[in-house]
Design a protein around this ligand. Structure first.
Ligand code: G4P
Length: 530
């Protein structure tokens, strides 16, 4: 095994979708079709009766949802697929965004009865910011939904993307029976037998010879659509896909096991392998590091605490960027210069953990960590470097703290300080208050619940939170005159983040837009400028 051969066969990806589009179902079917599981039903069962199998946070049990992302690794046609799961609940957090910093491509799952929904749009924006290649899967074709041609048009317009259907659905709702490969015009017909528990039976015939199987009307309809596509559709262009400018489109039904194989084939053959990453060396110079660099390097993109309440453990998830990761190896933590020993690294198959001996670029390793590591930390064998690219996203919910026991103030501040460093929450300080009584910000409300639980468990602080009237935060840059302009206004508040960067708080995104349009020389950012 060499770093180069192992790295080029890695396909590290995540599924982005709106809740209920079918992410859990699709994840399970990818595992079924890759042979990693033999019967579908276990992952979704887990989702609904999680308390039976999970020892993760108490809150997760009581609320019956997945707060945390897991990592699945499975092989398919010689490729090693790493699928990073993003939380599926309606509530979400910075973790979801950060997961996208650790993948090389994304699967955009769209419920074709609904089209592009709000969460998908938000997550897609993060993919675009990172230039991630996105492959689209239109799900639930076994239900009646939008006209396929209008749907791809909607995707192209809403996401400002070139769209290139690789296959095309035959029928929809009860008549959905297969997909035609747009280039070869081979028709794959599916047979539905066992409610999706096992791999669906299928057969291939040339579309031109399928008049009898499909019936005149359906055959003519699909024929016409394929002809239209030939004129109007974008040809598939791998380079444009890899640069995030074009999305290939595939159709199917995750629950019926229709169209899963073409998606897996695409991921295995064409999804992006690990690429070189930008970093800064200690003198601040920007450079890139290729996956086949001989020294191991990686970065922390997620920290999860209290996965097991009995041990109060804390796991840092590391994305390997270059070289070979080996159990027991010593690495340098760039932020402090400390040397850390990589003992007990884990991989996570759903929620079962096993120790890993080695890992390669694209892989995710979970490390038990007593508190040395933070989100964005870079680890490297050899000279210290700092990777770019785990930004913080502007919070959409802001709260003030109400301490139940005033004698715990010191513990509260040090708890918030530590948890803000970990990336659980963002802390903002008002100029007149110094570092006292921070306001707290989060992308999703669940982050506040996690904060409260951890403050109680780890710092013995019981806390209430009260909403502030702001729902929009923007980092402020540009001319100092802008700050003067802002000081004269009563409808905005200026605070600083933990790095003393000024941040504007406003009641709505529209009022922030008013500032952007009117304050002289101002620049506002919804992602922390690095
Ligand atoms: P999520 O993780 O994205 O939130 O979605 P999940 O897989 O949990 O699926 C949400 C619902 O959509 C589930 O129904 C699931 O069965 C259904 N679903 C997923 N894929 C398809 C599909 O291809 N066709 C159809 N018709 N439905 C699909 P549910 O009623 O919430 O649960 P269940 O009773 O089916 O278990």
């Amino acid at each position: 095994m060499t770093t180069s051969t192992e790295s080029t066969r890695r396909r590290t990806h995540a599924i982005i979708s709106h809740p209920d589009a079918g992410k859990t179902t699709l994840t399970e079917k990818l595992l079924l079709y890759s042979g990693a599981i033999h019967m579908a039903g276990s992952v979704r069962a887990r989702k609904t009766s999680r308390h039976a199998v999970s020892d993760w946070m108490e809150m997760e049990k009581t609320r019956g949802i997945s707060i945390t992302s897991s990592v699945l690794q499975f092989e398919y046609q010689g490729a090693m697929l790493n699928l990073l799961d993003t939380p599926g609940h309606a509530d979400f957090s910075e973790d979801t965004y950060r997961t996208l910093a650790a993948v090389d491509s994304a699967v955009m799952l769209i419920d074709h009865t609904k089209g592009v929904e709000s969460r998908t749009l938000k997550l897609f924006d993060v993919c675009r910011m990172r230039g991630l290649p996105v492959v689209s899967f239109m799900n639930k074709l076994d239900r009646n939904g939008l006209d396929p041609l209008s749907l791809i048009d909607e995707i192209a317009k809403t996401l400002r993307l070139k769209v290139s259907p690789l296959n095309w659905p035959v029928g929809m709702g009860p008549s959905f029976c297969g997909v035609v490969d747009v280039r070869t015009r081979a028709l794959t017909l599916f047979a539905d037998g066992d409610h999706g528990q096992f791999i669906a039976k299928s057969m291939q015939i040339p579309f031109s010879e399928a008049r009898q199987e499909l019936g005149e009307r359906l055959h003519d309809q699909v024929s016409e659509q394929l002809d239209l596509l030939e004129i109007a559709g974008e040809p598939w262009d791998k380079q444009a896909f890899l640069e995030g400018e074009l999305t290939p489109i595939l159709w199917g039904s995750a629950s019926r096991n229709f169209g899963i194989e073409p998606l897996l084939n695409y991921l295995a053959q064409h999804a992006a392998p690990p690429m070189a990453r930008g970093y800064r060396n200690l003198s601040g110079e920007s450079k890139t590091l290729a996956p086949d660099d001989q020294d191991f390097s990686g970065f922390v993109f997620k920290i999860q605490a209290n996965m097991n309440p009995r041990h109060r453990d804390r796991v840092a998830f590391i994305r390997v960027v270059s070289g070979q990761f080996r159990r027991g190896m010593e690495v340098t933590l760039a932020r402090t210069g400390e040397t850390l020993r990589m003992t007990k690294p884990h991989t996570f198959m759903a929620q079962e953990r096993s120790i890993v001996e080695d890992a390669w670029p694209g892989d995710i390793v979970g490390l038990y960590d007593p508190g040395n590591l933070r989100i964005g930390d870079t680890l490297r064998e050899g000279p210290a470097i700092k990777f770019e690219g785990i930004p913080r996203f502007a919070p959409e919910k802001l709260m003030r703290t109400v301490l139940k026991d005033p004698l715990k103030r010191k513990q509260l501040y040090s708890g918030i300080d530590q948890l803000a460093h970990e990336g659980v929450i963002q802390a903002f300080y008002r100029p007149a208050m110094g570092r006292q009584d921070p306001w707290l910000g989060a992308v999703g409300a669940l982050q506040f619940e996690v904060l409260k639980q951890r403050l109680l468990n780890e710092y013995g602080v019981s806390l209430d939170l009260e909403p502030l009237p702001y729902s929009c935060a923007r980092w402020i840059g540009g001319s100092p005159k802008a700050l003067e302009w802002l000081k004269q206004r009563r409808d905005y508040v200026e605070v600083v983040d933990r790095n003393d960067q000024p941040v504007l708080l406003s009641e709505t995104p529209w009022s922030a837009q008013y500032v952007a349009d009117n304050a002289p020389g101002i620049e506002l950012y919804d992602v922390e400028p690095i």
